[in-house]
Design a protein around this ligand. Structure first.
Ligand SMILES: *[C@@H]1O[C@H](CO)[C@@H](O)[C@H](O)[C@H]1NC(C)=O
Ligand SMILES: *[C@@H]1O[C@H](CO)[C@@H](O)[C@H](O)[C@H]1NC(C)=O
Ligand SMILES: *[C@@H]1O[C@H](CO)[C@@H](O)[C@H](O)[C@H]1NC(C)=O
Ligand SMILES: *[C@@H]1O[C@H](CO)[C@@H](O)[C@H](O)[C@H]1NC(C)=O
Length: 381
């Protein structure tokens, strides 16, 4: 185990050398001349170093100037750029926020935060000023590596007003180039359709260019605030009851497990595009959609709400009309609510509202791949 750590480190080194020698439009420099790795790759979702002494001795000593420069102003982040969170106290921090706090502002190199299994009862904010952060769990323990809290929108805020949905998120990602794998983000508040003040997000993403791989997002009403930016959710599990994926991001949900927990009514997506000129939308591709209740595929939170399901399996949990105009008939002619090649009883389009669309192959094309989220500009997978 310990000896093996050197092999990946050497491989990594080669990888870096290759990258540094090749000219790539994805590699740019910041104002201090440091190379910026302006993309997310599988490497960013892996920790090859061992925890503890071995982890440090096998650290990736590349781009020496940067590291030397950075070490002087990185209070607690080592050349290895891996911070270990262990609630039992054997890592660098016992909380996830503690690890985020160790990352210097305007960080220009990726910092991996390795989160060991455990239930972390805390709220976490990754601020706008700290890009290139990875949250990495152990793939065998995604269910047991949980960041959990239970704020709801009607809870009082410090100045006496209500918290509001935006601030309920257990984990909030405000920075760019964030990625996460094998972590569960949770908000334990339970809401049924029609209840007041129970909006309770588990995860909010306002940063641009974020990737989530094999991540679990658990909540009830307003679980995932997919607020702004381009995001890639790959093989994730997302569950909730009402509008449980909402916001105005441009996101691709590929090979995801979408689970409704609604007892009666609810909705999966509530996309919030309100301007025709916004280039945003939710695209669900090859997802498995199931659970309980009778829910809408989507609701028109904004005038130009855009949501497309393609090549999905949809179980018998969809209300036959399929889509809601949010009680505003004006929106019917502006939204884009589409389905393409879905199967399962929930995909039956006979009862659908006439203003929803069965897309043609040509129409659906821009929604099917990573080009939907400009993946060629920031993903290297
Ligand atoms: C960095 O790693 C060394 C061991 O190599 C460790 O002693 C130290 O606490 C770590 N953190 C900082 C801030 O240097
Ligand atoms: C993940 O857990 C497995 C099983 O306990 C362990 O063998 C492996 O080293 C862990 N991986 C990491 C990166 O910690
Ligand atoms: C309370 O704080 C929030 C957030 O800063 C603000 O939007 C709101 O207006 C404040 N309310 C009062 C009564 O000060
Ligand atoms: C949505 O459309 C309606 C009707 O056309 C209009 O009155 C309203 O202002 C629009 N909302 C936004 C946020 O643009």
């Amino acid at each position: 185990m310990k000896d093996k750590a050197f092999v990946p480190a050497v491989l990594l080194l080669c990888f870096w050398v290759l990258l540094s020698s090749g000219s790539s439009r994805l590699l740019q420099s910041d104002d201090k001349g440091n190379e910026l790795k302006n993309y997310i790759s599988w490497e960013d979702l892996r920790v090859v170093e061992e925890v503890g002494r071995e982890r440090r001795s096998s650290s990736v000593k590349v781009k020496d100037n940067n590291l030397v420069n950075q070490e002087s102003n990185m209070a607690t982040v080592n050349a290895s750029r891996v911070i270990v969170v262990d609630k039992r106290g054997r890592g660098d921090s016992v909380t996830v926020q503690g690890a985020v706090d160790m990352v210097p502002n305007s960080n220009s190199q990726r910092v991996k935060i390795l989160i060991l299994p455990g239930v972390y009862r805390e709220k976490v904010i990754v601020p706008r000023t700290k890009p290139y952060i990875s949250f990495i769990g152990n793939e065998s323990y995604a269910e047991y590596t949980v960041i959990t809290w239970s704020d709801k929108s009607s809870d009082p805020y410090s100045n006496g007003t209500e918290l509001g949905t935006y601030r309920t998120a257990t984990v909030a990602i405000d920075s760019d180039f964030f990625c996460a794998t094998a972590i569960t983000f949770e908000n334990t508040v339970v809401a049924e359709a029609g209840e007041e003040g129970k909006q309770a997000a588990a995860l909010r993403v306002t940063g641009d260019k974020a990737m989530f791989y094999k991540v679990r997002v658990l909540g009830s009403q307003d679980t995932l605030n997919d607020a702004t930016g381009s995001h890639y959710f790959f093989q994730c599990h997302i569950q909730g009851s009402v509008d449980f994926i909402f916001g105005n991001a441009k996101s691709l949900y590929q090979d995801c497990d979408i689970r409704s927990t609604a007892r009666r009514f609810g909705a999966i997506a509530a996309h919030h595009r309100s301007e025709e000129s916004d280039d945003t939308g939710f695209s669900f591709v090859n997802c498995d959609i199931g659970g309980t209740g009778k829910v809408y595929l989507g609701r028109a939170w904004g005038n130009y709400s855009t949501t497309v399901y393609s090549n999905c399996y949809i179980a018998d949990i969809i209300t036959p009309v399929g889509w809601s105009d949010w009680d505003d008939t004006d929106r019917q002619s502006k939204v884009l609510f589409g389905e393409y090649n879905c199967r399962g009883r929930g995909a039956e389009r006979r009862g659908r509202v006439p203003w929803s669309r069965s897309l043609t192959q040509d129409e659906v094309k821009p929604f099917l791949g990573r080009e939907f989220i400009f993946g060629d500009q920031w993903l290297r997978l």
